[in-house]
Design a binder for this molecule. Structure first.
Ligand code: GUN
Length: 284
């Protein structure tokens, strides 16, 4: 059994990205991420600080626009529009969740797919669905694909079972795996007899948010397991997969923490790089 080391892969990608960005800078191309945060949610502030730190590490310029809790929809949309029209800004991200009085859907609609480094927009989801090369992908599933690639795990013809159908993780992950020639089954909260599906998975992706939903009796020998679950219980973080049991049968498995988690911000940096290279065939 091989543990999939998200910290190692993340570090490797950041180092490669730093070199690519230095080269692009020397050719007059620069990259700038604008992060917009509204209100004082402590968890969001930590995420946003980590995004800024990540940018500094790889040579992406960044700015954080902090707006008060009392921000109106019109004020938020005006800031987004300014950044959309600012050519020096190559990527825009509105930190979620927004305060309840704001409509995130209509605000996010203002960000064109070319600057949507979260990959959440209708345009980028459409491009992913159509397998267009210039899509910007949602960062967490994109990170999971990079983990599979790093460990040279074959995907063509494999049966991938994705548990969870969120717009941010499960749904895009199922499309990315389909794009990689997997046969894909998507399970969710209304799927009866989950084990009937998970037992047939060559690759099992969990993105549900239920501590230890997947136990050893639910998987076959040799399964590859990617666990995007982050479940906080009594100050500790657990995945959706019972790592101790399932790792006895898996060929590859991500731990929680230290597996999928470290990849998310790295792929945001990667997307900001891709967004800044104005090239139709930029996918690398
Ligand atoms: N809040 C928690 N995770 C994310 C993310 O990946 N993107 C945005 N925009 N907000 C978040």
């Amino acid at each position: 059994m091989q543990i999939i080391d998200g910290k190692l892969v993340s570090k490797t990608i950041r180092e490669e990205l730093k070199r690519k960005i230095e080269l692009a800078n020397s050719q007059g191309v620069s990259f700038k991420l604008t992060v917009i945060i509204v209100g004082n949610d402590p968890a969001s502030e930590i995420y946003v600080n980590n995004k800024a730190k990540g940018c500094a590490e790889v040579g992406i310029l960044s700015e954080t626009v902090k707006m008060p809790e009392s921000t109106t929809q019109a004020e938020l949309e005006s800031v987004i529009s300014d950044k959309v029209n600012d050519d020096s800004v190559t990527g825009i991200l509105v930190q979620l969740p927004l305060p309840k009085h704001l409509d995130s859907q209509s605000a996010l609609k203002l960000i064109p797919p070319e600057k949507d480094v979260d990959g959440f927009s209708d345009g980028n989801v459409g491009k992913l669905t159509l397998f267009k090369q210039d899509a910007l992908f949602s960062c967490t599933p994109f990170g999971m694909i990079k983990l599979l690639e790093y460990y040279n795990i074959p995907l063509c013809g494999k049966h991938a079972v994705v548990i969870g159908r969120s717009n941010i993780v499960g749904k895009p992950m199922s499309l990315m795996l389909l794009n990689k020639d997997c046969t894909v089954t998507v399970c969710h909260s209304r799927t009866p007899n989950l084990a009937d599906f998970t037992k047939n998975a060559d690759i099992l992706v969990c993105a549900v948010g239920k501590k230890h939903l997947i136990t050893a009796d639910m998987v076959k020998d040799g399964v590859v397991v990617l666990d995007a679950g982050i479940n906080r219980v009594d100050g500790k973080i657990y995945g959706d997969v019972d790592f101790d049991g399932v790792s006895q049968k898996a060929s590859y498995i991500t731990p929680v923490p230290g597996g999928v988690g470290p990849m998310t911000i790295t792929m945001l940096l990667y997307n900001t790089y891709l967004a800044g290279i104005n090239d139709e065939k930029r996918r690398v």
